[in-house]
Design a protein around this ligand. Structure first.
Ligand code: IPE
Ligand code: MG
Length: 243
């Protein structure tokens, strides 16, 4: 296993958990079998990330566009997180994790939202790793909602044009109280962002791996972080020794 520099652990890691369907297909199983295994892997990743000292993990579980999938799969994906949370609540709580959902809350079934609300309430004072589950999440939607809110504040005379700054925009996103995003991991060999955290990715490092999400284990997480630690993050500046 690779050695990591304890002083350069990313604070906030986002993960696009892709490849569940292909993983299941390879085994001659229905896609939902892959989603089920994907759920276990989310739980394990939260625990592994907490052990490494990562402060926040944000998982892309269901996007605003995933509603276009076959009805059966959508139905499965809508009930799976509630089952997942009921099953793993204890495991995650034992790492003192704070669990939250990021995304639209107006289109999800009530039975699902009840579980989410309960889990968020029960874990809200936990001081361990923050685990964000992005469900019915899409960046276009998140940014549009923020713009509407700011426009209405402006219309009501509560803010002036000069008050509209990157910080104000950031403060109106779902991620407002999270550490800055350091690293994005996408599994399954696809090299795109798929409408995920577009604003927040501004200066994050991107890591793509061919590994399918159900196979993403602690070793894979460590490999991604080791790769991140090799990067020279300049944030638009230049290397120190070149100054
Ligand atoms: C990722 O796996 C999980 C979700 C987006 C819900 P996919 O369902 O996208 O699996 P592939 O990409 O078809 O293999
Ligand atoms: Mg996919």
């Amino acid at each position: 296993m690779q050695e990591l520099d304890k002083n350069r652990i990313p604070a906030h890691v986002a993960l696009i958990c892709d490849g569940n369907g292909r993983w299941a297909k390879k085994r001659g199983m229905p896609r939902t079998y892959g989603h089920r295994k994907g759920g276990f892997v989310i739980r394990d990743t939260v625990q592994n990330a907490a052990k490494l000292g990562i402060k926040a993990v944000t998982f892309f579980c269901f996007s605003t566009e995933n509603w276009n999938r076959p009805e059966d799969e959508v139905k499965y994906l809508m009930t799976a997180p509630a089952k997942f949370l009921k099953r793993y609540m204890k495991d995650l709580a034992s790492t003192n994790a704070r669990i939250r959902m990021l995304g639209r809350r107006d289109r999800l079934p009530k039975i699902f939202m009840d579980v989410i609300n309960e889990v968020e309430e029960k874990t809200k004072d936990h001081t361990g790793i923050i685990c964000n589950l992005c469900i019915d999440y899409g960046s276009y939607d998140e940014i549009t909602t923020a713009v509407k809110k700011i426009a209405s504040e402006y219309k009501d005379g509560n803010i002036t044009l000069d008050d509209i700054t990157p910080a104000l925009i950031e403060g109106n996103l779902f991620t407002k109280d999270l550490p800055k995003l350091d690293l994005l991991i996408r599994t399954s060999g696809e090299c795109r962002i798929s409408n995920f955290l577009l604003w927040q990715l501004g200066y994050a490092e991107l890591y793509f791996t061919d590994t399918l999400w159900p196979d993403f284990d602690n070793n894979e997480l460590i490999k991604a972080i080791a790769d991140y630690q090799k990067r020279d993050r300049r944030f638009g500046g230049i290397k120190n020794e070149n100054k």
